[in-house]
Design a protein around this ligand. Structure first.
Ligand code: AR6
Length: 180
């Protein structure tokens, strides 16, 4: 499924983000940048030690990555050329700034992509696994943030693919994209 915004596409697929051949995939990282479970674990396993080494260097130079922000590394052994590590919010009931932080996370990842001139970027459903963000709420926040970036930034990527790992998450994003 796909929809265009100012000539740029948001596409939804059911699949594994580590298999995507795009300019950059986005990782649902944590502030330590040192890896973890879920999609973060899968990306580090597939990317290999080069990705973790770069994360360690960034962490040593700049400290932890705050929630809502993102950093860039190479893709190591992945088919994607780069990885944008973005830190989503932990769901704490919804009144702790979670929607704003989740939207920032997508915007900051896309800002890095735009600065680098990336044409294709793939996102997972940030925060909706281990961080417990309800998918129905995250889907509309994520899609709204991405659509508004694509509509307003001249250097935005031409194609943003959401790679959803399970059918329920895919169906939820599809419903939200339809009503956007
Ligand atoms: N491809 C695409 N999506 C995936 C993949 C994959 N290979 N594997 C899992 N997902 P999560 P979070 C989906 O938990 O909620 C880590 O420990 C998964 O089904 O990976 O942002 C980090 O280090 C879900 O829909 O990320 C942090 O500590 C979505 O990706 C913490 O988890 C996000 O689930 C971040 O938690």
């Amino acid at each position: 499924m796909e929809k265009t915004f100012s000539g740029r596409a948001i596409e939804l697929v059911l699949g594994d983000i580590t298999r995507q051949r795009v300019d950059a995939i986005v990782n649902a990282a944590n502030s330590t940048l040192l890896g973890g479970g879920g999609v973060d674990g899968a990306i580090h396993r597939a990317g290999g030690p080069a990705v973790l080494d770069e994360c360690r260097t960034i962490r040593a130079e700049r400290g932890e990555c705050p929630t809502g922000e993102a950093v860039l590394t190479g893709g190591g052994g992945l088919p994607a050329r780069f990885v944008i590590h973005a830190v989503g919010p932990v769901w704490r009931g919804g009144d702790q700034g979670e929607p704003g932080l989740l939207a920032s996370c997508y915007r900051n990842a896309l800002r890095i992509a735009a600065e680098r001139g990336f044409q294709s970027v793939a996102f997972p459903s940030i925060s909706t696994g281990i961080y417990g963000y309800p998918v129905s709420l995250a889907a509309s926040t994520a899609l709204t943030a991405v659509a508004s970036f694509l509509s307003s930034e001249a250097a935005a990527p031409t194609r943003v693919r959401f790679v959803l790992f399970d059918p329920v998450t895919f169906a939820t994003y599809a419903g939200a994209l339809e009503t956007l």
